[in-house]
Design a protein around this ligand. Structure first.
Ligand code: FNR
Length: 183
């Protein structure tokens, strides 16, 4: 079973990023298992508390849940033309201790979304910048910029047909990247 972590950059209950991440999780084929990994409980990264005798349990649990998976799908909102502090904090926590990054070498995919027309382009590319350094091969095409998020869902809270079709092609490309990586 190939395991994929779903990470949302937003902590709010009604987050579109979270809804999109969970919906996209259902588009993976047989043989794939997705799990939503929470980032909202992580204390702000501080090297002073990240010592062997003192490391917060939340850091350890988060690092282990990333180490357990084969790939990571990020869905990010845009905060002031970048990613949220919560998402950056999760990247930082997962990247330490130095030389033991939980992210290292894992294939990744990035979806950005915004409630307006802009679709989180700034956040999408700021996230990609960190993923380069974290040594995570990222799906290049198709790029996933989702605009007008409230309109992507039907009255039952399901992603509409056109968006599902597009995101299925995105997941197919991600699966292809993961398979090539695992060969
Ligand atoms: C935003 N929002 C926003 N939108 C955008 O397109 N570009 C931006 O730079 C920002 N900046 C920004 C900063 C902060 C602090 C907040 C709280 C919000 C709007 C934001 O993208 C929108 O609320 C998203 O829907 C949030 O994602 P979730 O929470 O629905 O996943």
């Amino acid at each position: 079973m190939v395991k994929v972590a779903l990470i949302s950059g937003s902590l709010r209950k009604e987050s579109f990023s979270t809804k999109i991440a969970k919906s996209v999780g259902e588009l993976f084929p047989d043989g794939y298992e997705t799990q939503f990994v929470e980032i909202g409980n992580l204390p702000l990264y501080n090297e002073d508390i990240d010592t062997e005798s003192n490391v917060p349990g939340e850091y350890t649990a988060f690092r282990n849940s990333i180490k357990e998976v084969d790939a990571v799908l990020f869905v990010t909102p845009e905060y002031n033309r970048s990613i949220s502090g919560a998402l950056k904090n999760a990247l930082d926590v997962g990247s330490r201790p130095y030389g033991q990054s939980a992210w290292n070498g894992k294939p990744a995919a990035v979806i950005s979304q915004s409630m307006g027309n802009l679709s989180g382009f700034g956040a999408n590319h700021h996230l990609r910048q960190s993923l380069v350094f974290l040594n995570m091969p990222v799906v290049q095409q198709p790029e996933a910029y989702l605009a007008n998020s409230p309109q992507l869902f039907d009255e039952n809270g399901k992603l509409n047909e056109g968006t599902t079709e597009f995101l299925q092609s995105f997941v197919d490309a991600f699966v292809d990247l993961i398979n090539r990586h695992n060969r």
